[in-house]
Design a protein around this ligand. Structure first.
Ligand SMILES: C[S@@+](CC[C@H](N)C(=O)[O-])C[C@H]1O[C@@H](n2cnc3c(N)ncnc32)[C@H](O)[C@@H]1O
Length: 231
C-alpha cells in the first residue's frame, strides 16, 4: 500500500472477497528480526500500514535500549500495530488498542500477533471513553502512529493520552504524524493539555535510506510528557 510494503514485500496478493485485497508485507529491523503484516488495502484505515507506523516502528527499534524487556507499552489507534509488535519483539509487555467497535481491526491484531508468534494483549479502547480497563493501564510508553489526522478527534485522543501520562509517572507518549498545518498543531495541544514536548524530530532524519525511499510526506516524531503527574 505504501513505502512500508515496498521495502520488502511478498507480493502475495490474493482477492478474498468483494472489496478485499490482501497483501503481506515484511518489515525488517537491522539484523535482528522481521515482522510480517497482512494488510487489506481496500478496507478500513486500521487494516494497512501507514508511513507514520513504519517510522515509529523504526524509532522503537533504534531506541531499543530504552524499551527494555518487561517495559509496559500501550499502542493507541494501533491498526496493523507495527510499532507495538516491534516493542513486543524487544520483550516489552504490550497492549495493542483500537476503537472498541472496530471488530475487524481488533481481530486483525490478534491474527498479526499469531502470525508473528507474539503474545500481546488486545483491547478495544476508544479515545475519550472512560472504561474500567483504561484505569488499569500503567504504561511506561504510549505509542501512536498517525493518530493525529482528524481534528475533531484531537480532544478525545489527548484527553486519553493526558490521563494515561498523569496516571503513570515517568511515562511518555511517542507519536508520529503528518505535519500538515505547521508546528502550531503540537504547540497548541501541549498547552491545552498541560503537556510538554521533550523531543521533536523529522521522521526521516533517522530512517535507513532503504526504508525512507519508499515513504513520502512531512512526518514528524514527537515525545511528549505530562507536566502534571498524579502521585
Ligand atoms: C490512520 S490509521 C493509523 C493506523 C496505524 N497506527 C498505522 O499508522 O498504520 C488511524 C487509526 O486510529 C484508529 N482510531 C480512529 N479513531 C479512533 C478513536 N476514536 N479511538 C480509538 N482509535 C481510533 C483507527 O481505527 C485507525 O486504526
Amino acid at each position: 500500500m505504501n513505502g512500508a510494503s515496498a521495502m520488502e514485500e511478498d507480493k502475495d496478493d490474493q482477492k478474498s472477497g468483494i472489496g478485499e485485497m490482501k497483501t503481506t508485507s515484511c518489515h525488517v529491523f537491522g539484523d535482528s528480526f522481521s515482522i510480517r503484516i497482512i494488510e487489506n488495502i481496500k478496507e478500513d484505515y486500521g487494516l494497512f500500514v501507514w508511513p507514520c507506523s513504519v517510522i515509529l516502528a523504526e524509532y522503537v527499534y533504534q531506541q531499543r535500549s530504552r524499551f527494555a524487556a518487561t517495559a509496559t507499552v500501550v499502542e493507541l489507534g494501533a491498526g496493523t500495530s507495527l510499532p507495538g509488535l516491534v516493542a513486543a519483539k524487544l520483550g516489552c509487555d504490550v497492549t495493542l488498542t483500537d476503537e472498541a467497535d472496530k471488530v475487524e481491526v481488533l481481530d486483525s491484531m490478534r491474527a498479526l500477533c499469531k502470525l508473528n508468534n507474539l503474545n500481546c494483549k488486545i483491547l478495544g479502547l476508544t479515545w475519550g471513553v472512560w472504561d474500567k480497563s483504561l484505569f488499569e493501564l500503567r504504561p511506561r510508553f504510549i505509542l501512536g502512529a498517525d493518530v493525529l489526522y482528524d481534528a475533531s478527534a484531537f480532544d478525545n485522543l489527548f484527553a486519553t493520552v493526558a490521563f494515561m501520562l498523569q496516571s503513570s509517572p515517568g511515562s511518555c507518549f511517542i507519536t508520529t504524524y503528518h505535519n500538515r498545518s505547521g508546528h502550531h498543531l503540537i504547540e497548541y495541544l501541549m498547552m491545552k493539555w498541560e503537556l510538554k514536548c521533550v523531543r521533536l524530530l523529522d521522521g526521516f532524519s533517522f530512517m535507513p535510506s532503504s526504508k525512507a525511499s519508499g515513504l513520502s510526506g512531512n512526518i514528524q516524531l514527537a515525545e511528549i510528557i505530562s507536566i502534571r503527574e498524579k502521585r
